[in-house]
Ligand binder design. Structure first.
Ligand code: 4AD
Ligand code: MG
Length: 484
């Protein structure tokens, strides 16, 4: 490759050799005979400085006229290719700089039209310009962190004997049973609406309306949706390969317009045979600490930026988490703690309630001041596949809650007993036929097994200290939002 990435240039010896720099101009400054251009290529946080001393150019071959012509075209955002000599920099904060030998503007970015000028833009403004925002410090850092965390996740599991499995994006089963699925169909909505009108659709019952739709004629010959979780399919592979994980997009049509919910998000779901709930908690805790530690030790420049400009003190906060034991309490204990402080909450806590975000924050930020793993939730508020405890009332669920965010991981030991699982499916009004294949895992060679789901964007919120989940995914999807 002819060009070098700026991340490599910046750590090279300033031995005067000539090299090529490509990137986008952040700033251009001129003072008397000196010109300074900051160029960034997104390969790292820092920019490289190109310099031109008009009275004393890098060498005799420099064509000053040609450079001056190009300089006129340079504004913030212009793309350039430059040749220059790598020399020590007298400026503080950078070891090297590039003394210009030649300069070519590849693409101009007229200042009166280019949306990203030098000044700080609001996150809202940048969300509307999501196709350009990766060129800013903040979104460049977030994008690199996303990539690094993905790398860390694969490394964690691959080093521990897990196989990466690819579960389907289109599915006919609702893994979480919450009914928040995006339907996938090739049937014509217009035709169905027409049929409905001719049948006098107003006031029609849901059953009658459903009967108007002939799913046999749909693409898959039955009702299908985008997956909300790859867990059930991952379980089929865990009961063959022992340790597996998925890492892919998931979709939820929940109408949650919050800073922590997306309609399309990425989830990592390890599924582990011969693991009980305690093993599951152990590996979830190890996993979170491993990822935070990776960010702190391998992404230092980006983390420094998040620490200085996005969330003051985030480095210390994450380091504290890496070095502390997560608290482990039961749902019953958690509710008792919350009930003591009932006056502090909008949603009054009681045994049987789903923990609200304010409850999760209280536990992690006020009571324990570190991550908390809550187990043993009432079966009514958790999915059908979780293993029932001896009390017949609670299930072996585990949610990992972290300060500043709340739930980052949801997981459980799975019900491995065929009869108990079938009973749960029936009692919840699900159709056992839809879960025939899933039940088979309990009919043939059933084993205790566990797993969990880590929301990738929740992790990124946590690590970067960013405040809104729409800013840690390139193109967020949320209610009324599917731009780009
Ligand atoms: O707790 P959830 O719903 O668990 C499952 O889907 C299980 N099948 C996981 C498993 O046991 N294999 O979701 C898991 C995690 C949550 O803890 C949260 O971090 C994230 O996924 N999550 C979301 N992230 C962004 N936007 C949403 N709408 C999310 N819903 C869940
Ligand atoms: Mg959950």
């Amino acid at each position: 490759m002819k060009t070098q990435l700026i991340k490599d240039i910046l750590v090279s010896q300033p031995d005067g050799r000539t090299l090529t720099v490509c990137g986008w101009v952040r700033t251009k400054r001129e003072s008397k005979n000196l010109v300074f251009i900051q160029v960034n290529d997104g390969s790292c946080f820092a920019s490289v400085q190109l310099t031109l001393d008009r009275e004393n150019p890098a060498d005799a071959s420099v064509n000053l006229n040609s450079i001056e012509n190009e300089l006129k075209k340079i504004t913030t955002g212009a793309s350039i290719q430059a040749e220059g000599k790598l020399v020590p920099s007298p400026a503080s904060g950078q070891a090297v700089e590039v003394a210009l030998v030649s300069l070519t503007v590849l693409g101009e970015a007229p200042a009166d039209a280019y949306p990203l000028q030098k000044k700080n833009h609001s996150l809202e403004f940048l969300r509307e310009n999501a196709h350009l925002r990766a060129r800013t410090n903040t979104f460049g850092a977030v994008a690199r962190m996303r990539s690094q965390m993905a790398y860390a996740i694969h490394t964690f599991f691959q080093d521990r004997g897990f196989q990466y499995v690819h579960t389907p994006i289109i599915t006919a089963s609702d893994a979480e049973g919450a009914g928040e699925m995006f339907q996938v169909t090739t049937l014509s909505m217009e035709k169905i609406a027409e049929n409905g009108v001719s049948a006098g659709a107003k006031g029609m019952s849901a059953e009658k309306a459903a009967a108007l739709v002939d799913y046999g004629k749909d693409f898959f010959g039955k009702k299908a949706s985008l997956t909300v979780s790859g867990q059930l399919e991952a379980e089929t592979y865990a009961t063959a390969l022992s340790r597996v994980y998925t890492f892919g997009p998931t979709f939820r049509a929940e109408n949650s317009n919050t800073t922590r919910h997306l309609a399309e998000f990425w989830m990592i779901e390890p599924e582990i045979a011969f693991f009980d709930l305690n093993d599951n908690m152990d590996i979830a805790e190890e996993f979170v600490k491993y990822l935070l530690n990776w960010a702190l030790t391998k992404c230092t420049a980006d983390m420094q930026f998040f620490n200085d400009r996005i969330q003051k003190g985030i480095i210390d906060t994450l380091a504290h988490v890496v070095n502390s034991d997560f608290v482990r309490i039961t749902y019953t204990e958690a509710v008792a703690e919350l009930e003591k402080n009932a006056d502090k909450f909008e949603f009054k806590p009681y045994w049987g309630c789903d923990l609200q975000s304010e409850h999760e924050k209280f536990l992690t930020e006020v009571v324990y001041k570190r991550p908390v793993i809550v187990t043993g939730y009432p079966k009514e508020i958790k999915a059908f596949y979780m293993k029932l405890n001896e009390d017949g009332k609670t299930v072996r669920a585990m949610d990992v809650l972290v300060p500043g965010l709340g739930e980052i991981i949801g997981g459980s030991e799975r019900e491995a007993d065929y009869d108990v699982l079938l009973d749960r499916i029936r009692k919840l009004g699900l159709n056992p036929d839809d879960y025939r294949w899933y039940l088979d895992l309990r009919r043939f060679g059933s084993v205790p097994h566990s797993g969990f789901g880590l929301g990738f964007e929740r992790l990124l919120l946590y690590v970067t200290g960013m405040g809104n989940i729409r800013d840690v995914i390139p193109y967020p999807r949320a209610p009324k939002l599917a731009d780009f």
